[in-house]
Design a protein around this ligand. Sequence first.
Ligand code: MF3
Ligand code: CO
Length: 279
Amino acid sequence: MSARSIEIKSNEQIRLMRRAGLAVAEALNVMGSAVRPGISTAELDVMARSVLADHNATSSFLNYGAEWGYPPYPATVCISVNEAVVHGIPDSRRLAAGDIVSIDFGAIVAGWHGDAARTFCVGEVRAAAASLVEQTRQAMWAGIAAAARAARVGDIGHAIEQHAKRAPRRFGVVREYTGHGIGTSMHQPPDVPNHGRPRRGARLSKGMCLAIEPIFTLGSPMAVTLDDDWTVVTQDGSWAAHWENTVALAEDGPWVLTEPDGGRAELAARGVQVSRLAD
Ligand code: MF3
Ligand code: CO
């Protein structure tokens, strides 16, 4: 399999990816339950490492980048607070009431990757921040529902972008980071942008697995990387939210591998039935 061609998975391989997806879902659930004022982001990373051990899993993120001569990513989780967009490095920073925190996690089980992110509110947050978090979450589901019906990658990005446009507030849609194919490596073709035109872009086919991951901001969509070489923040300091799931496009429908229920409830609400593989 060359790095540039799309990896098509058999049902058996999708079932293996589900194991990685469940490890990711559990770690995000454990970390999300621990989010409260006073906890440090490094403590969340420790929790994620113990979930990896429970699942005989390894981290998709730890040391990521080293292969390309980039400073290796030093943790198992990306934790991005408030104006941080993605790739925040866990450290001694303590979360405070009113913060929003994006937690992004990837795991490898038996050679197959899962990748997902959630944005959590720490205690009560201001209304604009709460809306940003909820609308980004809904945009992810709109993108996943679109992927179930879509012919091409542009249909997914279009659905996500339309969701942002119809939202009660005007959000920035970050373009510098995209979703991606995923399988025996974390980042595979095709790129899955969070904007696009219907019926444009790479053709979707059964057996593809995609990470669908909108990132919205309360202001400008422009992002810059800090001197730590990883943390990406908004250029204007506005807050950002990030939601991501790994989705298998099985023969008879989608299966959201990084959700405990396989995406059944959220997709049913959007008129989409999940694959029988999820039964
Ligand atoms: N999970 C991120 C993504 O969705 C990538 C994490 S970057 C890493 O693409 F360095 F931490 F691996
Ligand atoms: Co991803």
